[in-house]
Design a protein. Structure first.
Length: 169
């Protein structure tokens, strides 16, 4: 459970964001929507189709994934001159956040995807196993993915004004 201090610091960081960060967050959210939504056919396109209809919860999960991924991506945009920000290449927590965000994004892709369109699931479980075992697990996978993305966003936003300790080389 995040501390109220972390939430306040994250809120203060968001309040201090300027146009470059908000543009990056919006572009990151749009890109995430396309990268996750089109291959899973949650976003209709002539490129992909689904054997199993999109579930009602796929839409809010895709939207939340896009917003959180956009926020995480925007934290890597350097603010205009005069603003303090940690140097990400010296900050070991930036690597951890990158892993959390990447894992959250990948799990989101698996969560909203068609259960019988996932080749790995089909090889491991077959069509009936995918529908019987994998499909009911997908909402749980979605929750885990959103928790990972939210944690990554909170860590990045709540430490944006911190000065990192240099990593010994």
């Amino acid at each position: 459970m995040p501390s109220s201090r972390s939430l306040r610091r994250a809120g203060a960081t968001l309040a201090a964001w300027q146009s470059p960060q908000w543009v990056a967050a919006t572009a990151g959210a749009a890109l995430t929507t396309v990268l996750v939504g089109v291959p899973t056919a949650v976003v209709p396109s002539p490129l992909f189709s689904r054997s199993v209809p999109v579930q009602w919860w796929n839409y809010p999960v895709l939207a939340a994934t896009a917003v959180l991924a956009g926020l995480v991506l925007a934290t890597f945009v350097k603010p205009p001159r005069g603003s303090r920000t940690p140097e990400d290449h010296d900050d070991p927590s930036a690597r951890t956040v990158g892993r959390l965000g990447s894992a959250g994004g990948l799990l989101s892709l698996l969560a909203v995807g068609c259960p019988v369109c996932n080749k790995l699931v089909l090889v491991l479980l077959g069509t009936s196993g995918a529908l019987t075992y994998w499909a009911p697990l997908q909402p749980l996978v979605a929750v885990v993915s959103l928790v990972l993305l939210a944690e990554a966003a909170l860590r990045r936003l709540s430490t944006a004004d911190a000065c990192p300790v240099p990593v010994p080389r």
